[in-house]
Design a protein around this ligand. Structure first.
Ligand SMILES: C[S@@+](CC[C@H](N)C(=O)[O-])C[C@H]1O[C@@H](n2cnc3c(N)ncnc32)[C@H](O)[C@@H]1O
Length: 233
């Protein structure tokens, strides 16, 4: 479906002309409509949060497959943004769910989304693992991973929050930060699940091995056959 079809289908017919103008001026249709469907959950999307992506639904799906037979799960979503990952997992799994973001406006959106979806999630404001004092069965994250030097589409660059897009160190800094601290927050059989940039897999796998020499570390592909996920389990 193209953006105009999307606007016709999901937008407000009373503001269609005005919305079409916004679309033509380069605003993402998801911000104009104001919400998206993520893994069957209604999620408010506004310029304070990254627009949830199909690739991230893939991450959620893979994690559910890996842990659905475990009980008493405790999960944390780092860099929760709109809350889409935490909300989708909480709805699908019998688990306790924590979620962290450094952006106060993003957390406001995530809390609103949790309310709309009637799920109980504990939200923390802070730097990835820093505000937490617990151990987890799953640490999941889709952190910012675009290198500052990388050219990206104008519609993304001009509209989505920079704090949700870019990371220093060729886009790798957030993964490195999380991996460096993760061991003391992970239960013995715990899993780390990352969405990654499609060219970041091998270097991250090497880096992760330093901290988790005995765990299985795998790179998995998205629907477009690009390396998109890193699992440490
Ligand atoms: C790529 S977005 C992902 C949002 C959402 N999880 C998703 O998948 O759509 C990354 C998120 O990480 C947050 N973030 C960036 N730096 C952070 C940090 N140091 N600690 C915690 N969250 C951070 C951003 O505010 C943003 O919401």
């Amino acid at each position: 479906m193209n953006a105009i079809e999307y606007l016709k289908k999901y937008g407000d017919s009373n503001t269609y002309e005005e919305d079409l103008k916004r679309l033509q001026q380069g605003e993402p249709v998801q911000y104009i409509v104001g919400n998206v469907d993520f893994y069957g959950c209604p999620i408010i999307a506004n310029p304070n949060v990254l627009i949830p992506r199909f690739e991230t639904e893939g991450l959620v799906e893979k994690v559910i497959a890996k842990v659905k037979n475990r009980s008493n799960l405790k999960i944390v979503d780092l860099g929760t943004g709109s809350g889409c990952i935490a909300i989708a997992l909480k709805k699908q799994l019998n688990c306790e769910m924590d979620a962290v973001d450094i952006s106060a406006p993003a957390l406001q959106v995530a809390m609103e989304n949790a309310k709309i979806n009637q799920v109980d999630i504990t939200f923390y404001k802070g730097d990835f693992l820093e505000p937490l004092h617990d151990t987890y069965d799953v640490i999941i994250s889709n952190p910012p991973y675009i290198a500052y030097e990388e050219e990206i589409m104008d519609i993304v660059k001009k509209n989505e929050p920079a704090i949700a897009l870019y990371a220093e160190g060729h886009g790798l800094l957030c993964y490195k930060k999380i991996l460096t601290d993760a061991k003391s927050y992970l239960k013995p059989n715990g899993i780390i699940a990352f969405e990654i940039g499609y060219q970041q897999g091998e270097v991250l796998k090497e880096y992760a091995r330093k901290f988790f020499p005995t765990k299985k570390i795998t790179i998995e592909k998205d629907l477009q056959e690009k390396d998109r996920y890193l699992f440490i389990e």
